[in-house]
Design a protein around this ligand. Sequence first.
Ligand code: FEO
Ligand code: CA
Ligand code: CA
Ligand code: CA
Length: 655
Amino acid sequence: MDEKMTRLRASELEDSGDVGNNPTANLTMGEVIAARFNRRDLLRGSLAVAAISATLGQRALAANEQPAKKGMAPSFDFKEIEAGVDETHHVAEGYDAQVLLRWGDPIFADAPDFDPMSQSAQKQSRQFGYNTDFVGYIPIDGSSDHGLLVVNHEYTNEELMFPGIGVQDSKDVNFSKMTKDLVDIEMAAHGGAVVEIQRRNGRWEVVKDSRYNRRITAETPMDITGPAAGHERMKTAADPSGRRVHGMVNNCAGGVTPWGTWLSCEENFNGYFWGKVADDHAEAKNYKRYGLGSPAYAWGKFHDRFDVAKEPNEPNRFGWVVEIDPFDPTFVPKKRTALGRTKHEGAAGITNQDGRYVVYLGDDERFDYVYKFVTAGKVNREDRAANFGLLDEGTLYVAKYNPDGTGEWLSLVHGEGPLTEANGFRSQADVLIETRRAADLQGATKMDRPEDIEANPATNRVYVMLTNNTRRKEEQVDPANPRANNAFGHIVEMMPEGGDHAAKTFAWEVLVKCGDPSVASVGATFSSETTRNGWFGMPDNCAIDSQGRLWISTDGNSAKATGRADGLWALETEGELRGTSKHFFRVPLGAEMCGPCFTPNDETLFLAVQHPAEVDEGAPSTFENPATRWPDFKDNMPTRPSVLVITKQGGGKIA
Ligand code: FEO
Ligand code: CA
Ligand code: CA
Ligand code: CA
């Protein structure tokens, strides 16, 4: 996490490599002198009930009346793996890990085979894309053996993908080695994929002649819907309607809705734009707040729309949650503006007790915020098509975590509070295009890089992954972000009041502070049952299996940072073992762990290995000389980001 001599452009972009773009003086709560205590510790104390009632009030208490399981019986019974770093992946004993889809694999019957020495944009658009992040499984007819896999292709690593490019010097602001052909391959390797898969005789296969298979790229036409659609600030020379845009970029995590659509989230869109607007340009402050101005890609060199000097409104058309119907390959993806414009990590939803759909959203940047969106309408379980406009109408909220363990959802609605014309918000479209500034003015709590969020339907508790923030200073520490120089991240658990995800209040506590518990100065809070392999740093994605158990995947562990590769850990959330973590899977050198996703019967676990060999320490990792040639380990084959399937030998539920 230290500053390094050289940084890969892509890694830097993904890590939001600057100080964050939040200029506000919003309380980090560090300014608030609060009684800092852990509610769970109090629960164990003799005065627990009285103390909590007095401090949190009955409402918060009622929100947390989830009976804890008694006893020391672990809910995970796999034998954990050894933490470490090497060239390949490792899974717990008794489980198989099968490589299902690799970068370049043809996903149509007539698609060309992968040849890394003669790649083209045309070929790439018919093959599986690069850097696999979110993975969703959408059953066909409710099956856990046959369904559609939806996968995000977040970004590209040119130094690992293309022969002769090498690690690009970030001082080379003209990207002198990048040609239009290479840029067009990158654009075709971005976006996402829909792939029909089937399990036959215990083995998962890609159905190549499926009528559902689809590649979505940075060129795929998409509709802009919701309150910002058609607004002046969304119009460009190529699209005077402000309702049609080409492509999605940097799609990180996502979600799957109960009506069987895929939500794919645009994260670090800022890195795709180059050029400048004048300091007094109407969008200058907006673009600064989102971190434009340090391009990680050369796209603007060949495509005018990615140059803000030529097309100043184009960045307003990125940074959205995109809804895609995977069952209709002709479906025009919809950028749902009602869910706000941020560096969206994911969009995990839950059907609320009143039938409305609630989507939790993290904005992954240092000192940015946690959001939720509550639909105006209810999920219609009888009529699938009736749900397709659901995400266009509703209320967006941003979270404020009070020091006493309560919290509030602050609405981002035009005309309310400071969100008025006096502050430059003339309509809800303005509020959504500048979601971050609206949230700043409402006084949201600045968090340590909110990544994935998942709501547990079994308990209605919500888990927020806060991956790290080494820029938080002592005076900025607060109970929800309790460590300065937070290198290893933490997880916050939220309890909506009365289990109502539409409620405007919640209770919360820190579930675990991550890092090595054996180093006192780290301040990690895994349970004492956690082994030296069981702890992790930098939580990123998460999943809840059908038994209501939490699984965490990580991004940022390395030999240097934590002495271990990224991977998947199972984390107990209930009973006496709460906070106990076990190591299930680890990725090869340089990769981060993404996915994770279970089939409904928990018998298959999909994992994504993103950016293997992306190493920016030691010798340069390049196409010719990658840090690992995982997964093929052939001299003429580069490393390939891939989706794996994990199954139990002999069958049965995972772990
Ligand atoms: Fe693409 Fe926030 O990770
Ligand atoms: Ca990633
Ligand atoms: Ca992520
Ligand atoms: Ca991350």
